[in-house]
Design a protein around this ligand. Structure first.
Ligand SMILES: Cc1cc2nc3c(=O)[nH]c(=O)nc-3n(C[C@H](O)[C@H](O)[C@H](O)COP(=O)(O)OP(=O)(O)OC[C@H]3O[C@@H](n4cnc5c(N)ncnc54)[C@H](O)[C@@H]3O)c2cc1C
Length: 547
């Protein structure tokens, strides 16, 4: 397995780094603890949303974006506040330049295309200089996650055929040999073959060991979201309280984060490990692929959001506005679930589910299917399936039956009269063209955007008006997903040791490196910046490792 460079992790970041290396004439070995069926890692399951700035897709939707506005949004979201944020901030600036410049033409040249309606993710909802996207910038790739992977996966497989690249599947790295400030090699276990379907948990039976001499190694082993022990250990409970006892997992089990500790023990530096990005609108998958499989609802703005006892969450904790503020609010309140209350009209227009397999129309990339699913009658087929079969959904023709169902699922914590009074108060504001209800104001603003009006925001209506029913309640769980901190690197992806020296020959990229530098999001993400960050950091690290 001798080659110029060894990459640990066959996810998006690893494949992009390999592409950059092969372009520079280097030979590459990619090791992964999973089998070939998992090539592409998490990105395969992703929705394929990319944050790009001032694109033709935005302009066609009458969205006027700029590097200056995106930078203001990013810095307001990141709130970089630590000395070790020096390199992460530099990575953020580099990504913003990339996303406003070279990114789209380069990816377009590689064959990627985007759904014409640009999504408005993570809207913030507090201050103009605080967290959130001032406007839509979430570009969903045709073919979703598999569509993002395809150019890099195809090129890797082509390079394998010509001997420029070799894969070592079922090779789990467990050690780094570093001496005199230089990487010398890696070692690990060879795991038994496993034919489990893509994404499912695989065995950890060790059948042999390996060692590999290497003076150039790129770590792209992903984050920690599939390892609840690590997630809980790294979460800073002093800010708002511990994470809920019951959570669901938004990533496959191989996102285990174990290599990060191994790298730290070997002399590499991790920073910002307490920064994470877990969603608050998770539901248990009725048809799970990986253990504790949770799906994130990508909600439009109209569902009312209540805590486990039936108290409405305050702004900015509104659907799709401020993930981290909502997560902290949930931890502060100390229950493991919250509730959306909505109508059939809202679910039809506003519920999307994250993940390639939940969006077969977009993943298939055929216009006919997309128009039928997105503009046809009813919710999408995947959403309807959750409504029918999901363990967290209550559907009822009248309010009392709805609350009885919620109390069955949620431990009897909700007082029907108190819940009804809050919904009635909100409903009364629908008749008020002025309104003091932050969520009603936000719904009206959303409908000023053509894309939201077309496919994402229901016409404002009263929740308790039976004409828009039946009523629906969804029990929501925290769904673990992304790791914002990670391996500390400079702008070439070169890994730092504690104290600020570089470990020669050792590089890191993708989620393992906090998508750049050890956490280029800072404290909050604007979405589409994870896949985008893997592409950007994988390319930079690959080019730098090519020397
Ligand atoms: C359902 C879902 C939807 C998403 N949607 C979006 C979206 O729309 N937009 C967006 O920006 N982001 C999205 N993301 C996030 C994004 O997909 C990930 O952050 C990104 O793909 C991570 O890529 P990576 O290459 O860094 O890591 P991974 O994809 O996790 O790959 C790491 C690889 O390293 C291997 N590995 C780990 N440890 C070892 C070891 N010790 N030895 C050998 N191999 C090892 C793993 O098996 C894995 O194959 C989504 C994620 C999911 C799961």
């Amino acid at each position: 397995m001798q080659s110029d460079v060894v990459i640990i992790g066959a996810g998006l970041a690893g494949l992009v780094a390999a592409h950059a290396l092969i372009e520079q004439g280097k030979t590459v070995t990619i090791l992964d603890q999973e089998g070939r069926q998992n090539l592409g890692g998490q990105a395969f399951w992703s929705l394929g949303g990319l944050m790009m700035i001032d694109t033709p897709e935005q302009r066609r939707m009458r969205v006027r974006d700029s590097l200056a506005l995106a930078t203001n949004d990013w810095m307001g979201a990141a709130q970089f506040d630590r000395p070790e944020d020096h390199w992460p901030r530099a990575w953020a600036e580099a990504y913003l330049d990339f996303a406003a410049g070279e990114m789209r033409p380069w990816l377009h040249g590689l064959g990627m295309r985007w759904f014409p309606v640009v999504g408005w993710a993570e809207r913030g909802g507090s201050f103009a200089d605080g967290h959130g996207n001032s406007l839509p910038r979430f570009h969903i790739t045709w073919g979703t996650g598999p569509g993002v992977l395809k150019p890099f996966e195809d090129r890797a497989i082509e390079a394998e055929k010509t001997g420029k690249l070799q894969f070592g599947f079922r090779h789990r790295v467990t050690g780094f040999e570093i001496s005199n400030g230089q990487i010398r090699g890696i070692s690990g276990d060879i795991l038994a073959e496993d034919n489990a379907m893509r994404g499912a948990a695989t065995n950890r039976d060790v059948i042999d060991q390996f060692t590999l001499q290497a003076d150039r190694v790129i770590v792209t082993s992903g984050g920690i979201g599939g390892n609840f022990d690590l997630v809980r250990r790294n979460w800073d409970a002093s800010k708002s309280g511990p994470l809920p006892d019951k959570m669901v997992s938004g990533v496959p089990e191989h996102v285990d984060g174990l290599l990060l500790d191994i790298l730290q023990d070997a002399g590499g530096q991790l920073i910002n490990t307490d920064r994470m990005w877990h969603y608050t609108e998770g539901v248990q998958n009725w048809d799970p692929i990986w253990p504790k499989h949770g799906i994130r609802i990508l909600p439009g703005p109209s569902s009312m959001w209540f805590d486990a006892t039936g108290d409405r969450l305050p702004a900015p904790c509104m659907p799709g506005f401020d993930t981290m503020a909502t997560l902290h609010e949930i931890c502060r309140r100390g229950h493991d679930h919250t509730w959306f209350v909505l109508t059939q009209k809202i679910i039809e227009k506003e519920f999307a589910l994250s993940g390639s397999e939940q969006n077969p129309d977009l993943t298939g990339g055929k216009w006919g299917g997309v128009l039928k699913e997105r503009l046809g009658k009813g919710a999408t087929t995947a959403v309807e399936a959750f409504k029918d079969k999901g363990a967290d959904f209550v559907v009822a023709d009248d309010f009392d039956t709805l609350v009885a169902g919620m109390n069955d699922l949620g431990g009897g914590l909700i007082d029907p009269a108190r819940l009804r009074a809050q919904i009635n108060a909100r409903d009364a504001q629908i008749d008020n063209p002025f309104t003091k209800d932050a969520q009603i104001a936000a719904i009206r603003t959303a409908r000023n955007y053509l894309g939201d009006k077309l496919i994402r925001t229901a016409k404002p209506h009263k929740i308790l008006d039976p004409a828009h029913g039946p009523l629906i309640a969804v029990k929501l769980h925290v769904v673990t997903r992304k790791t914002l901190g990670g391996i500390h690197t400079d702008l070439d992806g070169r890994v730092f040791a504690p104290g600020g020296t570089i470990i020669d020959g050792l590089f890191a990229a993708g989620e393992a490196a906090g998508f750049g530098g050890g956490g280029y999001h800072g404290n909050n993400a604007l979405e589409g910046t994870f896949l985008g960050g893997c592409i950007h950091s994988g390319r930079r690290a690959g080019r730098a490792a090519a020397g």
